[in-house]
Design a protein around this ligand. Structure first.
Ligand code: UD1
Length: 464
């Protein structure tokens, strides 16, 4: 293999995805009109699970369109800990998992990256045993893994939890999992992916019912199929996997990130600007585009993989309920809320996927938004302006929501705790600067005063 071994610093093409992220802040001078084209990166959630899926393969895997993100670097470190060789050149990641070792992924890494728990399925399938620390909760909720565990048990694994680590092993001479019928109580993305990977090398047929239908699940299935796995039904609620004894080398390209694309569509809407984005798969954004159109945004599918948002009328309120795909994605809830703070009327947002995913509300309110929360419901009363303020990013998508609010707010918004943002947006500042946004990343405490910026006149009429 040529190229560089993967390390956190080298993996990230995001110049700012560094351990210092939490001592840096993003200063945004708002109300700048944006204009131009954005290149959408590979999907974070696909890349992470496909990297885990590469553990299934004893030959070389080449992944393309891999985003340079802190999370991807962490997943690389986790794979290295179990003996995988990784080399990375720009967006191309070569993975060789021919010699896996009996080691445990370090808890410090697993706790920072829940997606790392996904390695349990492929490790168990390849080796007949796996030990992975329980990831624990995170900023958006408790995030248990019992659906993953029960499904692995259904496939014949013995599983016990000891000192915070899940130990799973398969008994019998060939240590192979056995196909089974598995019904998921909830269409968990992670559990569907863990079980699909585990079943690719199992003996016989596995049926996963009430499976997650997210595009990232389809991407993982396509990746596994390209390695010789037999999987049908990915993208529907029933996935059928016929186990094969071995997978083979692959060269595979990750799909574009629908959440990054949705975030940029909202950047266009919230600044009343014209932006085009590519590559995108518009079908992956159906729910987000429909909601944007409902509130008055104008979106044009310029070609099969280019979307354009053009300045439209005043945005009106709407109601949103987050749901498993193809419903409105929880990963777009915070960003859409930022937009609705400036839309005319009252919007109701119900978060049904994660129990603690409204922490950005307090920060948006610091910027002049009018949002009240009861349980998992937020009532957003549209205001005519937001004002820049110091705010703290509480999780990945909350950070994006604050960036969007900052782009539309009067004055300077200073966002801290950038480590969240760096987990999931490749070169966000660079991409926004290219569009004309006025923002910079500086050491915490840097004075934002005395920077003169022209102000976007914004929309003139209210006609909801
Ligand atoms: C994935 C995505 C995340 C996205 C989420 C929902 C990755 C790396 N992350 O997370 O960005 O927000 O899908 O679209 O792909 N649950 C259980 N028990 C389980 C598993 C899940 O109760 O064993 C619950 C979770 O706590 C949560 C809900 O199911 O409330 C959805 O979780 P899940 O679909 O599994 O999300 P993730 O795979 O963790």
């Amino acid at each position: 293999m040529e190229g560089k071994p993967i390390t956190p610093a080298q993996n990230s093409s995001n110049p700012s995805a560094s351990p210092e992220s939490d001592q840096e802040v993003l200063q945004i001078w708002g109300r700048q009109p944006l204009k131009g084209h954005v290149k959408i990166s590979g999907a974070k959630n696909s890349a992470l699970v496909v990297m885990a899926g590469a553990l299934l393969c004893p030959d070389d895997c080449r992944l393309r369109n891999v985003p340079g993100l802190a999370d991807v670097a962490r997943m690389g470190q986790i794979l290295s800990a179990v003996g995988v060789k990784l080399e990375q050149n720009a967006g191309v990641l070569d993975i060789n998992a021919s010699h896996l070792i009996d080691a445990q992924a370090p808890y410090e890494l697993v706790s920072q990256l829940r997606a790392s728990f996904f390695i349990i399925g492929p490790l168990l399938a390849r080796l007949g045993f796996a030990k992975v620390p329980l990831p624990g909760g995170c900023a958006i909720g408790a995030r248990p893994v019992e659906l993953h565990v029960r499904g692995l048990q259904a496939l014949g694994a013995e599983v016990h939890i000891d000192h915070g680590t899940v130990h799973a092993y398969v008994k019998g001479p060939n240590r192979r999992l056995k196909g089974a019928k598995i019904y998921l109580d909830y269409p968990s993305v992670g559990a569907t992916e863990t079980l699909m990977m585990a079943a690719t090398l199992a003996e016989g047929e596995t049926v996963i019912e009430n499976a997650a239908q997210e595009p990232e699940v389809i991407d993982l299935a396509n990746f596994c199929r390209a390695m010789g796995a037999k999987i049908q039904g990915a993208g529907t609620n029933t996935i059928v996997i016929s186990g094969v004894p071995r997978l083979h080398a692959v060269d595979y390209s990750i799909i574009p990130d629908r959440i990054e694309a949705g975030t940029f569509l909202i950047a266009g809407a919230i600044t009343n600007s014209e932006l085009s984005l590519s590559p995108v798969i518009p079908d992956h954004l159906t729910a987000v585009i429909a909601k944007l159109q409902t509130i008055g945004a104008k979106i044009i599918a310029e070609s099969p993989d280019i979307l354009r948002i053009v300045p439209g009328q005043t945005h009106c309120a709407t109601d949103i309920e987050t749901l498993p795909y193809p419903g409105f994605p929880t990963d777009m809830q915070a960003q859409f809320m930022a937009l609705l703070t400036l839309s005319e009327g009252d919007s109701i947002i119900k978060e049904t996927v994660f129990e603690n995913r409204l922490r950005h509300v307090a920060e948006l309110n610091r910027m002049g938004a009018d949002i009240r929360v009861k349980g998992n419901v937020a009532v957003v009363r549209g205001v005519s302006r937001l004002s820049g303020a110091p705010v703290i990013a509480t999780d990945l998508r909350a950070s994006a929501a604050l960036v969007l609010a900052g782009l539309a707010a009067d004055g300077v918004t200073t966002i801290s705790s950038l480590q969240h943002l760096d987990r999931g947006y490749e070169q966000l500042e660079v991409k926004l600067q290219k569009l004309g946004a006025n923002l910079r990343r500086v050491k915490e405490g840097t004075d934002a005063a005395n920077v003169h910026v022209p102000v976007n006149p914004g929309r003139s009429s209210l006609n909801c």
